[in-house]
Structure formats: structure tokens, C-alpha cells
Design a protein around this ligand. Sequence first.
Ligand code: ADP
Length: 537
Amino acid sequence: MMTYKTAPVNFLLVDDLEENLLALEALLRRDGLVLLKARSGNEALELLLKHDIALALMDVQMPGMDGFELAELMRGTERTRAVPIIFLTAANDDRQRRFRGYEAGAVDFLCKPIDPDILRSKAQVFFDLYRQKQQLAAQRDDLKTSAEENARLLKESRQYADALKEADRRKDEFIATLAHELRNPLAPIRNGLEILRMTHDENMAVTVRDMMGRQMSHLVRLIDDLLDISRVSQGKIDLIREPIIVQDALRSAVEAAMPVIDQGNHVLTLDIPDAPLWINADLTRISQIATNLLNNASKYTPNGGKIKISLRKHNQEAVIAVSDNGLGIPPDMMPRIFDLFTQVNRNLDRAQGGLGIGLALVKRLIDMHEGSIRVESGGLNQGSVFTLHFPLTSAKSEELPAEPKTKTNTAPLKILIVDDNVPSAQTIGWMLELIGHQTVLAHSGTEAVETAKKENPDVIMLDIGLPGMNGYEVCRLLRQDPIFKNTVFIAQTGWGQERDRQEAQSAGFDQHLVKPVSLQDLSAVLANVEPKTAKAA
Ligand code: ADP
């Protein structure tokens, strides 16, 4: 059962004689009861306005306003109309006068001299009545609150259901877009392969290969974004933050976006000061953010457009702006433009491509850097400006340039390539043989261990997700054998986070490369490896 905290109950005692008031007070005093005393009708009215009164005990005979007049006034006022009144009268009061009293609102009469027991028992009735009234009011308030709470919960669950429905619809739409976007670059790559198979024209082959390279980069970018957004959403991206020069990040972004900008025949203007601006950030991520915005500027601007990237210092912040004179963003899309899967004109021919995750990723990466991004556009075909702010930090103290350890070895190496994905292992093998190395392949952990012992290679490239025994286990096992003391172990994984690198390092790997490994990155690593035969000599 619910218990309610009760406020004290107020009784009003009205009598012009102080001794009568004191006598009443002495008779009625009890816990939970407050006795308010008035010596005249006017004083009583004042108290009635200030307090909720459970019972008024009123003398009839008073100078000035008598008890009946006071009662009549009380009946005429909303606030005091329902206050129960017991009149205290002289025993000789006639019926006529009593009748007037009842008319004025009395519930009872008590004759003087007052019998204490009768007074107390009547007072008790009104005390209890008032308490019950209080409890009823509290219960009514509780009921009202729980009815409101129920209505709120109902509304909330309807909103959740709607949000779920919307998320489901967006997921379906996203899967359709994803399939479409992945197929887009695949079609020209497949056509390119057919052409390469048939053509003997070297010029055409070069053009087709360039095209295939571009499509492949697009595909890799899509998948990178997709993996990144899922990792950011799960809080799995660790930033490697240190003081960096914003100009360095922008330079590499421009380099990365240049092929797309050139393809659109756009003119890119740089407005970047020479004086270095330092921010505490992950260089790769800042560059990724700027590349994304430049790619968008290029995608959403008709051929031959103007794109600009600028950098300035303002209020202890580095301010980067990427602008274009392209399609612009309609005002109604502005509030949602950084939401996942938001795309303007989704239903048009979608010639620009994309998954609608680029800006969401950009926004989240910027948030992780305590930066901000906002977009402005005059509307359709009025171009867009994306403005980014990052807090400046102090410059990194000059470090001594590290001893260059590049030896740029060109001698052929024996390389064991371990990957359960056979075509992947084979193509890496072919690429490495084309640049002069000797390769052996293995497609499982156990096969890797056997082949490594038999062939004693200079380099072992290990995929991590292998059936049976994973790449870390293979590396740990082989590292125990002294014949692999000088062997270079390279981990090849789909995960490029700092914690993955650390795990690879502690398993005994010398290098960690993220898939798909480009020939350029691989050659850079191999250039530092000396063949064992050379060392032995
Ligand atoms: P995607 O480009 O893959 O569609 P983004 O998240 O990068 O996804 O962008 C979301 C949407 O914002 C785009 O589909 C496009 O409609 C709009 N948008 C982004 N950048 C620009 C820009 N520079 N000019 C006009 N519209 C843009």
C-alpha cells in the first residue's frame, strides 16, 4: 500500500475573547494539528485567505462582524465556500437563530459551556475527513502522473518503432546502393580485362590499364570508408595524435584527390600559407578528411568547375575551407547532410556514385579531434563551402632526424607468401617475380611452417586469418627456430589499427601491412631486406 506524506491540518478558532481562544486551544491541541486563532471576523478572513482550513470553530457573538456575517462572507467566496463551520453559541439560542446559522453554512452548533469530549470527538471527525481528502488528492495526483507517464512511454515506444522502421528502410536502401556502387567499378574492370585479352594495341592497353587502376582505387576507397564508418561507430578507431603541420595533411590530400579532380577537368586553387600551423591530430585522418571533401567537391561539380582549398589561422584555430562552384546543397538537406546515408537526389541517375557515408565519417573523425565542421551553400547550383576548425597546438620540439636505415637492396630475395586466398597469394607472387624475386606459396598455417623449414626464405609474408593455425601463431612458432633469426616476417591483415600493429609486433613480426598491399608499399619494405646468402658471405 502506498503511504502519503501528510501536511499538518489547520483549524481556525474565532472568538473575540482571548480566554475562550486559550481554552479551545488547550482542549484541541494534538499532533498534526495547527490551531490558527482570530479575534475578529476580519482577522479570520485574512487567515482563511492564507491557509487551507479543515474546520472553523466560530463564536457567534462578536463585536463588529458577528459569526453569522463572517460565515455568509465565507460562503460567497470560492476559496472558503466549502470550509466546514461549527458555531459556538450560548445555550439559550433560539431555533430561529440556529436556522440562520445553518443557512449561513454551519454544519453544527455547540453550546457553551462546551463539553470537552463532544468537542474533541467532533474535531476528530473533521480532522480525519481532511486527512482523507488530502490522501485522495495525493492519489489523484499519482494517478494523473502515472497516466501521463504511460502516455509518454506509449509515445516514446511509437517513436522507437518509427525510428526502427526508418532504420530498416534505410538499411535496405543502403544495401541496394552498396550493390550498385560495388558493381559500378567492377563493370569497367571486367570490360578492361576482356579488352586486354583481345587487343594487341599497346597504347590501348596502357589506357585500359590506367582506367582499371582508377576504378580499382575507387573500389578500395569505398571499402575503406565502409570499414572506417563501421569501426568509428563501434568506437574501434584509435587516433594516433601528435602535433602535426596542417599543411602536410592538406598536401597529401590534394595529391590523393588530384586524379579525380583532373578527371573532372576542374581547376584547383590552393590558398595555403607557408608558416606552419600545428594541430594535435592524426595526420592520416586529417588528410583523409580533406581528401573526402575534395573528392566530393569534384564529384558534385559539373566538368570544368572551380575548386578551392584554403587554410588560415583564426582565434587560435586552424580553419580549413573546401569550396566548389558545383551543384550546391538545397536548404532542406542542410540539417541532415552529415547523417549516415544522406544523399541528395538519391533517385536520379546517381552518376556521381557514393554510399552516403563520406560526410558522416568526416564529421565523426572531426569530432574525435575536438574540431568542428559546417557547410554553407546558396542552394541548387550555387556551389558549397565546407569549413573546418581545429584547435591549434604548439609546434613539436625539433627531433634529431632519424638515422636513415634504407639500404635499398636490389638483390633477389626468396619470399614465402602465405595466404589461404589462393588468387591473392598467386598475384602477389607473380608481381614479386616480375620485379626479380623468387617466391614460394603456402595456403594454410601448417603448410606455411613446413614450407618455411624446407625453403628457409629471406622473407615470410603471412596472412593473419589462416585456417587451422593463424598468422600470429605461425610467426611465434617459427621465431623459436634459430634458422629464422634473420628472416623478415611481414604481417598482412585487413586491420590497420594501432592495437593490430602492436599485436603483430609482439608475435614477432618485423612489419605490418594493410590489405590490399600495393606493390609500391611492398617494394619499399623489401628494399630494406638483405638476402641471407649475402649475410652469410
Ligand atoms: P556520397 O558522396 O557517397 O553520396 P557523402 O556523405 O560524401 O556521400 O555526401 C552525402 C551527400 O551530400 C552527397 O550524396 C551529395 O548529395 C551531398 N554533397 C556532398 N558534398 C557535396 C558538394 N561539395 N556539393 C554538393 N553536394 C554535396
